[in-house]
Design a protein around this ligand. Structure first.
Ligand code: NI
Length: 207
């Protein structure tokens, strides 16, 4: 009798424990961004408001309701990843009509506040496209915005280099619609043509 009960109860208890573990792991990872993620769905923090500083003063994401916003995390001393990404984004912007371009604003969020002053950022992004604005903040403010958007960055010391250090960072564009809802994540290395397709998809969302 007792053995019979155990043979039924134990597998059920074991099953419940296993399911709880799987569920907890899923919960833990549900907010994390995967390199292959292209949709903002399932990442409720994306699109959350923040305020950082530009050369022209404070900038909040919520100031740009009505426009499609592109966010990118990087830093001005970046030797290759950021110039490539900003270059591809600029080429994409140049393929938009003037009307479309008027409805788009990109922000380059510096994860290197130690070296990237707002003046330096303004000059840096100005080389690429007038629709890109450089913004930054205190290390704590940047850490918080990066946390919200699942962006990763890490200072890497470069002994013997004139640069002193580099900053490894994740590279993707976040597309936020006119209502402030994050819609798409565009992976690093996407062609200007494909960036334009994504920009137009988000530009054409009518609430
Ligand atoms: Ni970079």
């Amino acid at each position: 009798m007792i053995e019979g009960k155990n043979s039924i109860v134990l597998p059920i208890v074991g099953g419940i424990i296993a399911l709880s573990v799987i569920f907890s792991v899923m919960l833990l990872w549900s907010g994390k961004l995967n390199d292959n993620d292209t949709s903002a769905k399932g990442h409720p923090n994306l699109g959350d408001d923040f305020t950082l500083q530009s050369a022209a003063g404070p900038v909040s994401l919520s100031d740009y309701r009505g426009k499609v916003v592109v966010l990118y995390f990087g830093y001005a001393f970046c030797p290759d990843v950021c110039p490539t990404s900003l270059g591809l984004l600029s080429l994409a912007f140049n393929k938009l009509s003037q009307d479309e371009l008027n409805d788009v604003q990109a922000f380059f969020i510096s994860v290197d506040p130690e070296r990237d002053t707002v003046e330096k950022l303004e000059k840096y992004v100005g080389v690429f496209h007038p629709s890109i604005m450089g913004i930054t903040g205190t290390p704590e403010e940047i850490a918080e915005v990066a946390r919200i958007y699942g962006a990763i960055y890490m200072k890497v010391e470069l002994p013997g280099s004139a640069l002193g250090y580099s900053v490894d960072h994740s590279s993707r564009y976040y597309l936020i619609d006119r209502e402030g809802v994050a819609r798409e994540l565009i992976p690093h290395g996407t062609s200007p043509e494909d960036i334009v397709v994504s920009l137009r998809e988000v530009l054409n969302i009518q609430e």
